[in-house]
Design a protein around this ligand. Structure first.
Ligand code: ADE
Ligand code: ZN
Length: 335
């Protein structure tokens, strides 16, 4: 597939953990800046450790990496670096996940990371015309009480945050654990999303839909095991934010050629393509499109459908989606 076509397609990135965009070089630079001791002697040694067997083996390294983020400028620099990559990849809209508890647990408060994230997002809107939203994720391996405290701590920043999400270790921490937190978040006017069906069973996807009232399912690839669930996702046009390179790196699928993205697309699910934690999984969003299209033999029309799904699933007003959708149609028609 022509790379210019993939790049030119207006894309929304809807599943990106900003802490997962921290490149090894930046980990070392910030460790030096703040005098943080690292477990690895070099950038190469750190990168070589990115050889994961499952989600938890990744999370252990990912949380350790985030420990070098100490001041507002660090959060700005990380976010800006991501946005430059996103712009180069043809991303027109991005919805960033951030994990407050990873930082508040280390004594780094909302007053440090929120302005850093926001300043970079505002700069990208001004410089690149990229629109954005912020999604605050609760770490599901921590308690309901801790999630409630995080929701409370976010109060002064309410206007900057569009939705709440749920991430971290999935199995053993079902969405039902956070039913009350999400109910409170919805009362406060937040939209909701949740990781479900990445490593966890289809039952977790049902819980995310029925108990957390999510607008999108993050990952959701194990939904294919349950035909009734598939029928529901299609009928409700429920978007799945799929992350193909992540799924292979975390051994959800053995190879990209075995990924079920095309099967789900064929069945009519609103699948989108995203990078998850690009610094750890070997590619940003365009690389995910590229490798997935090649491995699954996707047509131009199918790739355009993925981009269309991403725009339609974004937390944007319809009027802002229209120009992007029209551009996708025009690119496809231009052959
Ligand atoms: N946090 C960062 N990336 C994640 C993923 N893929 N699944 C769950 N939690 C995460
Ligand atoms: Zn994720």
């Amino acid at each position: 597939m022509n790379d210019d076509f993939l790049r030119a397609l207006p894309k929304a990135e809807l599943h990106l953990h900003i802490e997962g965009s921290l490149e090894p070089e930046t980990v070392f630079r910030l460790a030096g800046k703040h005098g943080v001791a690292l477990k690895y002697p070099s950038v190469e040694a750190l990168r070589a450790a990115y050889d994961f067997s499952d989600l938890q083996s990744f999370l252990d390294i990912y949380y350790a990496g985030a420990d070098v983020l100490r001041d507002e400028q660090d959060f700005y620099d990380m976010t800006w670096a991501y946005l430059e990559r996103a712009q180069a990849d043809g991303v027109v809209h991005t919805e960033l996940f951030f994990d407050p508890q990873t930082h508040t647990a280390r004594g780094i408060g909302f007053e440090v990371f929120m302005p850093g994230l926001k300043r970079a997002l505002d700069a990208a809107a001004a410089r690149f015309g990229i629109s954005s939203r912020l999604v605050m994720c609760f770490l599901r391996h921590l308690s309901e009480e801790d999630a409630f405290a995080t929701l409370e701590a976010a109060t002064p920043w309410r206007d900057w945050i569009t939705a709440v999400g749920l991430d971290s270790s999935e199995v053993g921490h079902p969405p039902s654990k956070f039913e009350r937190v999400f109910a409170r978040a919805r009362e406060l006017g937040y939209l909701t999303v949740a990781h479900a069906g990445e490593e966890g069973p289809p039952a977790y996807v049902y819980e995310a839909l029925d108990l957390l009232k999510v607008s999108r399912i993050d990952h959701g690839v194990r939904s294919l095991e349950d035909p009734a669930l598939m029928a529901r996702l299609v009928a409700e046009r429920m978007p799945l934010t799929v992350c193909p390179l992540s799924n292979v790196k975390l051994c959800v699928f053995r190879t990209l050629a075995e990924h079920n993205l095309k099967t789900m697309l064929d069945q009519g699910v609103a699948v989108t393509v995203n990078s998850d934690d690009p610094a750890y999984f070997g590619g940003y969003v365009l690389e995910n499109y590229r490798q997935t299209a090649a491995a699954l033999g996707l047509t131009r029309a199918e790739v355009a459908q993925l981009a269309r799904n991403s725009i339609e699933a974004a937390f944007l007003p319809e009027a802002e989606k229209q120009p992007h959708l029209a551009r996708i149609d025009a690119l496809l028609a231009a052959g």
